[in-house]
Design a protein around this ligand. Sequence first.
Ligand SMILES: NC(=O)c1ccc[n+]([C@@H]2O[C@H](COP(=O)([O-])OP(=O)(O)OC[C@H]3O[C@@H](n4cnc5c(N)ncnc54)[C@H](O)[C@@H]3O)[C@@H](O)[C@H]2O)c1
Length: 443
Amino acid sequence: MKVTTIGTGYVGLVTGACLAEMGNHVVCLDVNEEKIAVLRAGGIPIHEPGLQEIVRRNAEAGRLEFTTDAAHAVAHGTMLFIAVGTPPDEDGSADLQYVLAAARSVGRLMTDYKVVVDKSTVPVGTADKVRAAIAEELAARGVNIDYAVVSNPEFLKEGAAVEDFMRPDRIIVGTDDERATLLMRALYSPFTRNHDRLVIMDTRSAEFTKYAANAMLATRISFMNELALLAEKIGADIELVRKGIGSDPRIGYHFLYAGAGYGGSCFPKDVKALIRSAHDQGVSLRVLDAVEAANERQKRVLVDKVVARFGENLRGRRFALWGLAFKPNTDDMREAPSRVVIAELLARGATVTVYDPVAMDEARRVLAGMDGITYAASANAALEGADALLVITEWKEFRNPDFDLIRSALKQALIIDGRNIYDPTLLAALGIAYDGVGRAHAS
Ligand SMILES: NC(=O)c1ccc[n+]([C@@H]2O[C@H](COP(=O)([O-])OP(=O)(O)OC[C@H]3O[C@@H](n4cnc5c(N)ncnc54)[C@H](O)[C@@H]3O)[C@@H](O)[C@H]2O)c1
């Protein structure tokens, strides 16, 4: 099938590459010329396990093209996936300007039947707006061309995006158009061979499903983070509690980790946007208000721990930070808790030496202009002479470090563990002071 992605970021590039891998002919469009130049030269602009090989293989086979030429891209695809950003507007609502600009360009340029697929995370009712934007452009041109608008929200996780796209738990397709349903079924059939994973519904329910999923996951995290605060006070270990409740199949183990708060490009903005949508409808989502507030507080929890030990004035102190990306296996630092921790430590006069296995270039970009940050060449190099080690992202390479080296390199043998990856008893035996999130064993 002929497919176009409009927007070639995390979602557009993964979608395009994975659809090309199944034999479709895909053109990926982006307005960012630099990004397209990198892709055309055989590079990829993001870190995503397995993506580079798929992109290279399919580009070489001529099934995956990259362009900034909207006319070529729109003419190419029967299925046009809109995968542009929907960042938060000032009031927290999703900013639809990129989605609607993409829709208008489709309306301006299309000459035959198209299925326009909203893959971006968009508030309920956006499919109607996309439909109207295309209709307006067609009317302005004085032409009448058939098209369908489908909602197909994306559930991939950064860091496991290729795997998620290739083996989806479910594929949500929101449409009441029979022809579009058939085409979507055909396009996704290679991903659902084992059993049917397509869930067909109306566009509004499909749009809402995406927000409901992210809001539920964010709720679980904030819930555990709040319990962690209490666990510390009452002398319980949230890690043991997590195992104790996760074993209940009604609860399950996923997304029950207390930590330094959630970040990334999705949860924070989607929770905000859902709260805003509800507000516009005169409904208050009290649980989600609390989820967001709890997360804002949680991003400061590691700093509170530093302040509790070293005082408010951190002048002359230096801290080693392991992990900058908002989660492992990505270089994405959008809304990452590390950014809050760094800003708060620097504001109190401290300096930081930071290390991340893949996000160093991204860190230099997003933290540019901030004084007091040293970028270390390795995890161990970040430690030398630091007052303590703060672990912010649970990369695998941090899980079993050389604790003897940590103890001897740090000025004070102290680990503040923002992801509860270490065993407090083991560290106590090794003579390293330990402070996790919601763990009674702080020493
Ligand atoms: N990143 C994720 O993990 C994830 C997961 C599920 C859903 N989503 C949703 O998918 C959407 C895209 O997210 P992303 O992380 O891929 O964003 P991104 O910022 O990585 O990519 C968006 C791309 O769209 C391009 N663009 C903007 N306007 C354009 C236009 N008119 N024509 C062509 N290209 C245009 C931008 O240059 C950019 O490269 C968002 O709504 C997001 O909420 C993201």
